[in-house]
Design a binder for this molecule. Structure first.
Ligand SMILES: [Cu+2]
Length: 164
């Protein structure tokens, strides 16, 4: 009886801990679009905005466009572009969205095209998962988990990205 109880506890423990392991395949698909490793950067306590990053690969033969989205973590999810002008980093909203041509893989990453979580309901904490819904003109919408990584994370910590 004692042995059985221990065994049952072990099973419960392994099930409970599984979701917290680093996800080897943290990818999503909608139609011919593949969404790779969505993540967000942890924010300082008083921050009202946070950055979200991912890749979109179009394996189909028709052009598509990321036109917007929403997130449970903030009032708005905007598409921004960072550019360096006169030595100053500036961000502007890309109201026309992001083209995803057939065969292309578009990266949303720090200091470039990115998602901006505007008016955060709470700071983004490392280790959190934040749901975000992305809307594409042709493929429709898909909900992904943004994995929150450290404040200074320049790129995903997952080993699959170490070659970048
Ligand atoms: Cu921004």
């Amino acid at each position: 009886m004692k042995r059985f109880a221990l065994g049952a506890a072990g099973v419960v423990l392994s099930l409970a801990t599984y979701p917290t392991l680093p996800a080897a395949a943290h990818d999503y698909a909608v139609g011919p679009l593949k969404i790779g490793h969505p993540w967000a950067r942890a924010t300082p306590p008083a921050a009202k905005v946070g950055g979200g990053y991912l890749s979109v690969e179009n394996t189909g033969s028709e052009p598509d466009r990321l036109v917007g989205g929403s997130t449970e973590a903030a009032a708005r999810l905007e598409i921004h572009e960072t550019s360096l002008t006169d030595g100053i980093m500036r961000m502007r909203e890309r109201t026309d969205g992001v083209a995803i041509p057939p065969g292309a893989k578009v990266e949303l990453k720090p200091s470039a095209l990115h998602l901006m979580l505007v008016d955060l309901k709470a700071p983004l904490k490392q280790g959190d998962k934040v749901k975000a819904t992305l809307v594409f003109e042709r493929a429709g919408s898909v909900t992904v988990d943004l994995q929150v990584q450290g404040v200074g994370a320049p790129q995903p910590a997952a080993s699959e990205h170490s070659g970048h």
